[in-house]
Ligand binder design. Structure first.
Ligand SMILES: [Fe+2]
Length: 561
């Protein structure tokens, strides 16, 4: 039955009783947050029509929206709202509210586009185990929100529930109040992508031939409960599908891809799994290109589930992870062509993130120094920022890829060894989530460990090339190392704009200096310094080269084999 929504005002309604005959079995939760609209969903044990009451104060019944469809799956879209405005709401039917006014039931509309507004995002991945670690990560976010301010938008990076993405699993591990997010969902809208575990109840990845259903026929519990914008109603090119979609929020454009569309049937293989042809395309990739080409938002963020780069245990160099490889080979070139700033993924159960990179689509061994646009930490506390330029020779180039896959489970500890990865952690107590702040020309990313400590942070600044101080320009302009990997013999190439004091140190991963070139004055221009580190003194592994120019340090990771 086609839903009929009615907009009414409280002046014409009789006082409403609280229902005891109908019980909420899921939600309420918020979807598709816009500047003037939002969708509220909930599930009940008994079917009825639907009503949402909302207003500027707790308990307000100043405005109502009805849906006359009799159902247990309630969906009400509120329109005509004001941007950046907080509203309290309550839910029920046209004959009864489902509970007393709840101070946690509120929503805030997205900011208008007339001027720049700061926004905060909270991202979690691989979180639906229904365990204490999941609850601990959730609680650490809530403490963070209490101290520093709440997120506007919540990003789910897939494997939202374990093991198979069933209705019961979502109810007991995600929509529940013990390990899940029942109280947060009442006021924090989420945008979600799906993981392989969500997909086991949609198109099982473990079946022979992987998924053998046309993507447009995919249905299942995950796709039933999400309610994303699919027709460009919140910005972006319409996808006409829930399986991938896009929207604007504040100064950012969000594109949500589906990394689970792998199949041995080429008609259903929309990620290009096991296909190394760089000209490969699919309805999803064609839409991705159109969507990124169309947006004029200052910041571009793309999320999916499978990991393109991992430094732990050769995870993404492995043929056992063909979905991961497909995202790197087929998603990343498009993402980078259109200057996407930040990619958020999960799947590997750790936290890790890259330097500011561009152009790396092969295995870790194919990483070249030219792909490292900035080999510093990006940490603002160290004065090392990632700059992206709105013009000039590397206009719009540079992406940071973050793996946030430890929001309820973590791999065992082992070395992170990938030339694109700046840092990562996995251990028995390594659980966390990821915070993103966008404010004007600045984006800050922070890894929030569940103990409340910030274990990693980086900042991306957008600026124009001409006004950037040469010291602020990304290190690829002044600092290259080749070959990499190497056998201990390599060349450090750097360019000085003026006569400078230069020193070079080689550090192991604990920060110990294993080789040093004494500080000396160098003339302006390009220099090539050959280093030869005896392998008698060091073992094969990952090292950092620190180039100091007039006291400003730049770092680049190398691998000695
Ligand atoms: Fe996964």
């Amino acid at each position: 039955m086609k839903k009929l929504l009615l907009f009414l005002t409280a002046c014409c309604l009789l006082p409403t009783a609280y229902s005891t005959a109908q019980i909420i079995t899921r939600g309420p939760y918020l979807q598709s947050p816009g500047q003037t609209s939002i969708i509220i969903r909930w599930r009940t044990d008994v079917a009825s029509d639907s009503r949402v009451y909302y207003g500027s104060t707790l308990g307000s019944t100043a405005n109502v929206v009805d849906s006359t469809t009799v159902t247990t799956e309630h969906r009400v879209k509120i329109s005509g709202l004001s941007p950046s405005t907080m509203y309290f709401y309550n839910i029920g039917s046209t004959t009864a509210m489902l509970g007393e006014p709840d101070p946690l039931m509120y929503f805030t509309t997205a900011p208008d586009t007339l001027s720049s507004h700061p926004i905060r995002l909270w991202a979690i991945g691989d979180f639906g185990h229904g365990n204490q670690e999941q609850a601990d990560v959730r609680d650490s976010y809530e403490r963070f929100a209490e101290n520093e301010g709440a997120a506007n938008l919540w990003l789910w990076l897939g494997d939202n529930v374990y093991q198979d993405g069933t209705e019961e699993e979502y109810d007991t591990k995600v929509f529940d109040s013990i390990y899940g997010y029942k109280h947060l969902m009442k006021h924090l809208p989420f945008a979600s992508t799906s993981g392989n575990h969500d997909y086991n109840s949609i198109c099982p990845w473990e079946q022979p031939g992987f998924c053998s259903t046309h993507p447009d026929e995919h249905t299942g519990p995950y796709l039933n409960f999400i309610d994303p914008p699919t027709e460009g109603e919140l910005g972006g090119v319409p996808s006409h599908r829930k399986i991938f979609y896009s929207f604007d929020y504040g100064d950012a454009h969000f594109t949500v891809l589906n990394s689970e569309l792998g199949s041995l049937n080429s008609n259903y293989n929309w990620i290009g799994m096991l296909n190394s042809d760089t000209s490969f395309t699919s309805p999803m990739l064609e839409w991705l290109e159109a969507d990124l080409a169309a947006t004029t938002k200052k910041w571009k963020i793309v999320i999916w589930h499978q990991t393109p780069y991992s430094g732990q245990d050769g995870f993404t160099d492995s043929f056992t992870q063909p979905y991961c490889v497909a995202t790197r080979v087929h998603f990343n070139p498009i993402v980078e062509r259109y200057g996407v700033d930040l990619v958020l993924v999960g799947h590997d159960h750790n936290y890790q993130r890259t330097y500011l990179i561009n152009g790396h689509y092969g295995n870790s061994g194919s990483f070249q120094p030219s792909m490292m646009l900035n080999g510093t930490s990006g940490n603002p506390d160290l004065g090392e920022y990632y700059y992206k330029y709105i013009d000039g020779p590397i206009k719009d180039k540079g992406t940071v890829y973050v793996v946030e896959g430890n929001s309820s489970a973590s791999n065992d500890s082992s070395e992170f060894d990938h030339p694109a990865i700046y840092w990562g952690e996995a251990c028995e107590t390594c659980y966390g989530s990821f915070i993103v702040d966008i404010d004007g020309n600045r984006l800050d990313g922070r890894y929030l460990h569940y103990s409340d400590s910030i274990r990693d942070k980086f900042t991306i600044i957008k600026t124009d090339w001409a006004s950037a101080n040469v010291d602020e320009r990304n290190t690829s302009e002044v600092f290259k190392i080749y070959p990499n990997p190497n056998n201990g013999q390599f060349t450090v190439e750097y360019t000085l704009t003026e006569k400078s004091q230069v020193n070079i140190d080689v550090l192991d991963i604990s920060g110990r200096i294993v080789h040093a070139v004494a500080a000396a004055e160098r003339s302006a221009g390009k220099h090539n310094e050959a280093l030869n580190i005896s392998k008698d003194h060091i073992s094969a592994g990952t090292y950092f080269v620190k180039l100091g120019i007039n006291g400003v340090n730049r770092f680049s990771k190398i691998k000695i084999e």
